[in-house]
Design a protein around this ligand. Structure first.
Ligand code: HPA
Length: 237
């Protein structure tokens, strides 16, 4: 096959059926270096690093999404449509909208609310809520239970804007739509999965909280994300 505009792998079998997607390319590298064996790199276009390896003897890939819905929209579409990827699990960070979700807590996005035009522009989808794939969520819940890692299962907000002029608007989004945290990618990922008949899920670690203004450093985040990664890595097949 011909490589896609953004992924240089020449064969579909260079990429596993399940891909974990952190936003940050160096986090993708960290996961491959730390958790995977027999690792082969399959992408470096624009430094969006992608690797395939094994975890406990089972195959899995990890590739960065970049930040924001346009970026994850491109990479997830190409993986699903041209590389026959079946499952994408986003593993990201989020900002808490309520003290109920504390720093370093793990959240599974049951569904996602967004004011983004991504889905409407992509195929005319009108709703502002999209679900993750229930079967993937059931598996992730089972793995979290087995690993005894507590996990919130909640609605989240996918935002196009990190720096809102009026940051207090988060209170209304929490109250009106029930979103417990904000990130910037899940809505486009879930939409692409639905459109292409594939599966998607989103696991998040709370990296900051808008109600308390607490935040973590990038170094602390790297380490604290291990719990979330352990759950996601069990998806290897
Ligand atoms: N806003 C959007 N995305 C995020 C945040 C945030 O506060 N924290 C981590 N990802």
């Amino acid at each position: 096959m011909k490589p896609t505009p953004h992924i240089e792998a020449k064969n579909k079998d260079e990429i596993a059926k399940t891909v974990l997607m952190p936003g940050d390319p160096l986090r993708a590298k960290f996961i491959a270096d730390t958790f995977l064996e027999d690792v082969k790199q399959f992408n470096s276009v624009r430094n969006v690093l992608g690797y395939t390896g094994t975890y406990k003897g089972r195959r899995i890939s990890v590739m960065a999404s970049g930040m924001g819905m346009p970026s994850i929209g491109i990479y997830s579409y190409e993986l699903y449509k041209f590389y026959d990827v079946e499952n994408i699990i986003r593993i990201g960070s989020c900002g808490g909208y309520t003290p109920k979700v504390e720093l370093y807590d793990v959240i599974l996005a049951k569904d996602v609310w967004s004011e983004s035009s991504y889905a409407k522009v992509q195929n005319g989808y009108e709703s502002d809520v999209i679900e993750g794939t229930p079967e993937l969520n059931q598996r992730l819940i089972k793995y979290a239970n087995e690993l005894e890692i507590p996990m919130h299962i909640e609605r989240i907000h996918s935002s196009d804007v990190f720096y809102r002029e009026n940051f207090e608007e988060y209170k209304e989004i929490y109250e009106k739509h029930g979103c417990v945290a904000v990130e910037m990618e899940a809505f486009a990922l879930f939409h692409n999965a639905r459109v292409l008949g594939k599966n998607a899920a989103c696991l998040l670690t709370v990296s900051d909280n808008l109600t308390t203004q607490e935040a973590t450093t990038s170094e602390e985040r790297q380490n604290a994300f291990t719990n979330m990664m352990k759950i996601a890595l069990e998806m290897a097949e």
